[in-house]
Design a protein around this ligand. Structure first.
Ligand SMILES: [Fe+2]
Length: 232
């Protein structure tokens, strides 16, 4: 717990709010205890063998929901995340779930067929905290986010261009922003809006507005372990 408390102690909320408004994401600090991080990896590996784990992408991705009731570090992470987001939003915020996620490299067939995965979680602003438990590099599934795409003026223009809201979606409940094609992504990237790839050391904590365009880049080599917080 001390590790999270130490980070909270040094947080400068003013600069976090400035970063969030400007870019849509910011790093919060880093958990440095190697033993804490390696025991979290062991716990996720163990929980990944349970029947209630969600498996995606030919079993290469394991999602452990409700992790805050299963792992001590996830419980501490939830308290940390609630504290940060409550202060940033200036309202009491309580994560309804903590996800522990393990990505292993895709098999060769999936590597070829992998979809691009770019999306927005929500059309309206939504904050999430991430803890990257293991070191993340270009090949093991880094989180990628396109800076400044959380701004409403941008999202409205994109919604019109990429046809996010179709009449038929009123019926089928689908939303165009939950899966965005490469052509659209290429068209929004410029000197102002860049893809930021989170190649970060183990223990890095990130706050992101996931109404930005973002994805987990497919893991093609190695593995990635992370925690994420979910808010209504
Ligand atoms: Fe997402």
């Amino acid at each position: 717990m001390d590790e999270f408390l130490n980070i909270i102690k040094d947080i400068n909320y003013k600069s976090i709010v400035i970063d969030m408004n400007k870019n849509g994401f910011t790093t919060l600090g880093r958990i440095k205890s190697k033993s804490l991080l390696s025991s979290a990896i062991r716990e996720i590996d163990n929980l990944s063998t349970f029947n209630d784990v969600e498996k995606n992408y030919s079993d290469s991705e394991h999602r452990i929901w409700n992790a805050h009731n299963k792992m001590s570090i996830a419980r501490e992470f939830k308290l940390f995340s609630d504290e940060i987001i409550s202060n940033v939003l200036n309202k009491n915020s309580n994560a309804y779930d903590i996800l522990a996620i393990r990505n292993k490299s895709l098999n060769d067939l999936d590597k070829k067929n992998v979809s691009l995965r770019w999306h927005m979680d929500s059309f309206f602003s939504q904050l999430k905290t991430f803890l990257f438990i293991s070191e993340v590099h270009l090949d093991n599934g880094p989180f990628e986010i396109i800076s400044k795409t959380h701004k409403m003026s941008f999202k409205l223009r994109l919604a019109f261009k990429a046809n996010f809201f179709k009449i038929k979606n009123l019926k089928d409940g689908k939303r165009g922003y939950t899966s965005i094609d490469q052509k659209t992504i290429s068209s929004v990237i410029d000197t102002n809006r860049k893809i930021q790839t989170m190649s970060v050391p183990a223990g890095t904590l990130l706050l992101a507005n996931t109404s930005c365009l973002h994805r987990a880049k497919p893991c093609i080599d190695g593995s990635r372990y992370a925690l994420t917080s979910y808010y209504n």
